[in-house]
Ligand binder design. Structure first.
Ligand code: HEC
Ligand code: HEC
Length: 219
């Protein structure tokens, strides 16, 4: 019988295993982030992204809490390299070292505050269309379901695609438009560039409203 788990060695192994998701898997630079140090960096992010990373839907500031560390770190790196170009975030990301970016990424990944209150209540038709695109897609537009990559109900696929559920609707729409304009070109396989190109203005608004509303039981 293996009783080793109770010993300090067993515990150490367990802690090491639990700590693995904090490592930026798949990132070019593999730095191990530190949550405590990340909290210090995050002091400079709270005014926009909220005290707990819940975001500010009305302002279009995205929720960061609970997004994977590897995704968050990649976005910061992409702002630095210019693969993602945003006048607010690019200069901010450049102000930090690689280590600080890894630290703040694991910090936000560790948080789970409630969803911020949405600002608009979308109409039923728009929500129904958004739901269809999210779950089924639209063959006539060669659009596959968002769920194929973003997981059931947009909850995210840890190693590949971020969550969309509960995200600020105006942020979702604006980042989809950034793919269309080419300001965001940071998905290696150009999967999102293709998806965004097939979403017209109405469908973009519908799918953004749908994913934002999913975070709220009262819709
Ligand atoms: C002045 C407001 C402001 C501050 C301060 C700010 N951000 Fe942002 N952040 C934004 C906006 C606006 C966006 C959306 C930009 C875009 O569309 O590319 C964003 C996007 C992001 C994203 C991408 C999110 C996603 O889902 O892809 C990350 C990661 C991020 N910020 C991290 C940080 C960190 C870390 C800090 C602190 C060091 C910070 N931000 C400070 C406004 C801000
Ligand atoms: C073939 C896979 C695939 C499909 C299908 C797909 N996505 Fe994505 N999506 C991705 C990947 C990969 C990323 C992350 C790209 C990166 O690293 O920035 C992403 C990122 C996003 C983001 C950015 C989230 C953020 O926090 O900035 C939005 C918004 C998004 N997708 C919306 C959608 C919508 C809406 C649909 C359905 C109409 C959809 N996606 C379908 C793969 C996909």
């Amino acid at each position: 019988m293996n009783t080793n788990l109770g010993t300090p060695v067993g515990l150490g192994l367990l802690v090491a295993l639990l700590a693995i998701p904090a490592v930026s898997i798949g990132a070019e630079v593999q730095r191990i982030g530190n949550v405590k140090r990340g909290a210090l960096v995050a002091a400079a992010c709270q005014s926009c992204h909220g005290a707990q990373g819940e975001g500010a839907p009305a302002m279009g500031y995205p929720r960061l809490a609970g997004q994977t560390a590897s995704y968050l770190e990649k976005q910061l790196r992409d702002y630095v390299s210019g693969l993602r170009n945003n006048p607010v975030m690019a200069p901010l990301a450049k102000a930090y070292s690689e280590q600080q970016r890894a630290d703040v990424a694991v910090y936000y990944a560790s948080l789970a505050p409630p969803y911020a209150a949405p600002t608009v209540k979308p109409d039923r038709r728009s929500l129904a269309r958004g739901r269809l695109l999210a779950r089924t897609g639209d063959e006539s537009k060669q659009l596959q379901a968002c769920a194929n990559c973003h997981g059931p109900d947009g909850s995210g696929e840890p190693l590949t695609a971020p969550y969309l559920v509960g995200q600020s609707g105006s942020y979702l729409a604006s980042t989809i438009n950034e793919w269309k304009s080419g300001a965001r070109k940071n998905d290696g396989g150009r999967q999102m560039a293709v998806v965004a190109g097939r979403l017209d203005e109405k469908d973009t608004a519908a799918v953004a409203a749908y994913f934002e509303s999913l975070g709220h039981a009262d819709f």
